[in-house]
Design a protein around this ligand. Structure first.
Ligand code: BTN
Length: 246
């Protein structure tokens, strides 16, 4: 369907960094995927590191070229990728257990199974490239970093999985959802994203700007901000890191 190019490497510092260098050298297919057995300094959000034991998990970056997407609509890409991974993870569990913790962590049973780090290369308000870094915990059973709540397919299901098979399955899901990005039916995507959203419409405790509040998530804005309604009916739009689950 697409011109898909897969580059497999044994080790690198971070597949997202590798992707960035590759872009500089030109010659990128419509979808280029760089997968590594080992990352020496895998990157997470906000300068965090991403822990992944060599050869146990899926750690890769997909270079996408959504030239057709305006930069102000970039959250659609986050939605599409989060949904692709949810589709994949839901092959192994009851779908109702698989959730997207805003903006794009994938959770199963209240624990994080996958992190996504999207880095964009932008040229005059349009995407030139988007580097979509994905780390999914598959066969790792012990985590030594202070990553909050990690889990893996093996921790939950007790099965050792064939990484190669899972990798190709996941790529299929990404290709399918990428097609939705080209021709997005926004209402459907929004509905699917909200349906899968962790703690959607649950009145619970959050920390917002250093204060504890009771609120419920009621939506996500076009720009990807989380919209919550406090128990006394105030609406707040939150940026990443401005609000925390307690
Ligand atoms: C997060 O903090 O939740 C995002 C984690 C993203 C990890 C993946 S692993 C493959 C890709 N390369 C990196 O260096 N990071 C991403």
């Amino acid at each position: 369907m697409y011109n898909l190019n897969i580059i497999k490497i044994e080790k690198t510092d971070s597949t997202n960094n590798y992707a960035r260098e590759l872009i500089k050298s030109g010659n990128i297919s419509e979808i280029t995927v760089i997968a590594a057995d080992e990352q020496l300094s895998g990157k997470g959000h906000s300068e965090n590191t991403w822990e992944s034991e060599k050869g146990k998990n899926l750690t890769f970056s997909a270079i996408l070229s959504p030239h057709f997407l305006e930069i102000q609509n970039q959250f659609i890409l986050t939605k599409v990728i989060s949904l692709a991974i949810t589709d994949f993870v839901a092959e192994y569990f009851d779908k109702s257990l698989v959730k997207i913790k805003w903006p794009n962590d994938i959770y199963v049973n209240d624990k994080k199974i996958c992190g996504i780090l999207i880095e964009n290369v932008v040229k005059s308000d349009l995407f030139e490239y988007s580097i979509v870094g994905i780390g999914i915990n598959i066969n790792q059973t012990e985590f030594i970093s202070d990553a909050p709540n990690p889990t893996s397919l093996k921790i939950i299901n007790g099965i050792d999985y064939n990484l190669k098979e899972l990798f190709y399955k996941l790529l299929k899901h990404i290709e399918n959802r990428y097609a939705q990005l080209i021709n997005p039916i926004l209402n459907t995507l929004d509905k699917e994203y909200l349906n899968a959203l962790y703690k959607f419409r649950e009145l619970i405790d959050y920390k917002f700007q250093q204060k504890e509040i009771k609120a419920q998530i009621i939506g996500v804005s076009k720009f990807g901000k989380l919209i919550v309604k406090t128990e006394d009916e105030f609406l707040i739009e939150c940026d990443f890191k401005e609000i925390e689950f307690l």
